[in-house]
Design a protein around this ligand. Structure first.
Ligand SMILES: Nc1ncnc2c1ncn2[C@@H]1O[C@H](COP(=O)(O)OP(=O)(O)OP(=O)(O)O)[C@@H](O)[C@H]1O
Length: 565
């Protein structure tokens, strides 16, 4: 079949959201009319024919998903990078089952917002992913950044980093405080869960100062000196880096507050809550809702007035995160951790107040129990990690589906895990969300990486509403997002609703069974009647035939008799 330019544009026009090209057609078109293909369309001719379509290639408004490939691994020929495109060999089981359907598909192409190769440095990721977001955050936008990947793929390294190579959070803190004007020792405004700002009186400010002092003084001796040295080294290294400087003509009160929480075995814990000396278990926190905003009840927020203080508080929290040794990582996070920076801004004339937040969420790694051979506590942790990541996957899939088919009125299962419940606004595209996906290109991680890549393109294909107001109503939101009832009350209501719905369903099911049964009975009776009627006809027919035969026989006999006579 001879290809033409029209052929190519026809294929492109048929489904503009996913670029699916008929390879033969394109090759012919290229050969015949010398059409130039861009690199992203055909990254590598040698694998071109074995590749499936490109995944995650949505033109506009897609969720930003960055890929970071772990450094220090043996070069693997399973992956090829071409700008923002990754070509990955499919693991055996997947490729054979696909190959059965699609002859020789052995590779898959994934498209990302940007790919950071194995040699990329922490600063590169920060400059490309976080820097401009910090400025937007100062300008009042809410931001969330997630790291996602298999265990040991480099998520924590990306977010926290090491003393020599600080990660995204320490860099963001440093950048934030270099951009902001000099702040007072203790802030006069504090963000509230409902998005409002509380003006602090003298005694409030004293107790906030006390709380911060307790945390900063918890780090003692050499450890404390080491933290200060690490931060100063980073500061000195970054001091030549240009920053935007915030300028405002209006007299404004600013307060920077940080919180640190972890979701461990589906329970939320406060990482900035001083440890009890009586060996009591840390309290489990609940989720609340105020003014349509989901938040963690009683979570500690610490006011910080400079980068070093913020970094010290961050390290205090890190030291309380639950880590353990597994076969995949000797310092594996056993929980999802959420570090949140909030800016409370209030005009001094009492007019305008504003709160914005930047959340950094280091997700625990996807784990394959078969490979990790986890038992006991590790197994319980990995089950709960996998379950919450599965819910995250289901929410993303449902969101993508509901955007593609808005008439289906699909329910997004945000309530099925704490993580998705807390970030539902960001997942719906009502707040800026971006994801850094980490993969390990070593051969034995091919299957895990393949699953992670599939998840990441699904996330990328969730489009960000251009007009949040209208698009939000397109999504099937549960009613609780709009009202201000407490979450417990809403759960009770929803449970009641579920019970009622179930009862209605059961009733209607019973009715339907009864209807069916009576219909079935009618049909059977009908068949029996029909059978009876048929039988009668048959009997009559047989009788008639018999009689006919007997008559003919007798007639025959009579004829023979007369003939003989
Ligand atoms: N890009 C990189 N360059 C060098 N070393 C890295 C890189 N990424 C990760 N590492 C190292 O690999 C090890 C595992 O990384 P890390 O703890 O960040 O994995 P993780 O994805 O957070 O795993 P888990 O989900 O189990 O917590 C660490 O020792 C880390 O220093």
């Amino acid at each position: 079949m001879e290809g033409t330019k029209e052929d190519v544009s026809y294929i492109r026009a048929r489904d503009p959201s996913i670029r699916y090209f008929n390879r033969d057609l394109i090759k012919n078109a290229r050969k015949n009319i010398g059409l130039l293909m861009s690199d992203t369309m055909c990254a590598d001719d040698s694998v071109e024919l074995e590749c499936d379509k490109e995944y995650g290639f949505v033109e506009d408004n897609c969720t930003p998903v960055y890929l970071r490939i772990k450094g220090g691994q043996n070069n693997s020929n399973d992956y090829t990078i071409k700008e923002n495109l990754l070509i990955c060999r499919m693991p055996e089981q997947v490729s054979t089952s696909r190959a059965a359907k699609n002859k020789s598909v052995t590779h898959k192409k994934y498209c990302f917002t940007k790919i950071f190769g194995p040699d990329s440095k922490q600063i590169e990721i920060f400059d490309n992913v976080v820097k401009f977001r910090v400025l937007e955050f100062i300008n009042g936008k809410n931001k969330s950044l997630f790291t996602y990947g298999a265990s040991g793929a480099g998520k924590t390294f990306t977010i926290i980093g090491t003393a020599q190579e600080p990660g995204l959070v320490p860099r963001a803190l440093e950048y934030l405080f270099r951009t902001l004007p000099k702040l007072p020792v203790i802030a006069s405004v504090k963000p509230m869960p409902d998005g409002n700002v509380k003006r602090l009186n003298l005694s409030d400010r004293k107790s906030e100062m006390e709380l911060r002092k307790n945390i900063l003084q918890a780090q003692k001796g050499v450890a404390r000196e080491q933290i200060i040295k690490t931060y100063s080294t980073m500061q000195a290294r970054l001091s030549n880096d240009p920053v935007a400087v915030m300028e405002t003509d209006d007299p404004i009160s600013l307060g920077i507050w940080v919180s640190f929480a972890e979701i461990y075995n589906e329970e939320i814990y406060d990482l900035l809550q001083p440890t009890s000396s009586h060996g009591k278990q840390a309290p489990k926190l609940k989720i609340g809702m105020a003014n349509g905003k989901v938040y963690i009840k009683d979570l500690t927020y610490i006011n910080v007035s400079n980068g070093l203080e913020a970094y010290q508080v961050f390290i205090y929290g890190i030291q309380k995160i639950k880590y353990a040794e597994t076969t995949k990582n000797n310092h594996s996070s056993r929980s999802h951790s959420i570090f949140c920076i909030k800016i409370a801004q209030a005009l001094d004339n009492g007019d305008g107040v504003h709160v914005s937040s930047f959340s950094f969420c280091d997700l625990a790694g996807v784990e394959r129990t078969k490979k990790t051979l986890n038992v006991g506590d590790r197994l319980k942790e990995s089950n709960s990690i996998n379950k919450s990541l599965m819910v995250l996957g289901r929410c993303i899939a449902a969101l993508r589906h509901s955007q593609k088919c808005p008439n289906l009125n699909q329910m997004i299962p945000f309530r099925d895990s704490k993580l998705t419940q807390l970030f539902q606004k960001a997942f719906c595209g009502l707040e800026d969300l971006c994801m850094v996906v980490n993969i390990n290109i070593s051969k034995d991680m091919l299957e895990e990486s393949h699953n992670v890549l599939n998840f990441s393109v699904m996330t990328r294909e969730v489009t960000i509403p251009t007009n949040s107001e209208t698009k939000c109503s397109d999504l099937k939101q549960r009613p609780e997002l709009e009202n201000t009832e407490s979450l417990d009350e809403q759960i009770d209501k929803l449970e009641q609703l579920l019970k009622d719905t179930k009862r209605m369903y059961e009733n209607s099911k019973e009715q339907r069974i009864q209807n069916c049964e009576s219909e079935e009975r009618d049909i059977i009776t009908g068949y029996e009647d029909l059978f009876e009627a048929n039988k009668n006809i048959y009997d009559c027919k047989s009788e008639a035939l018999e009689k006919d035969y007997a008559m003919k026989y007798s007639m025959n006999k009579v004829d023979t008799y007369y003939n003989e006579k």
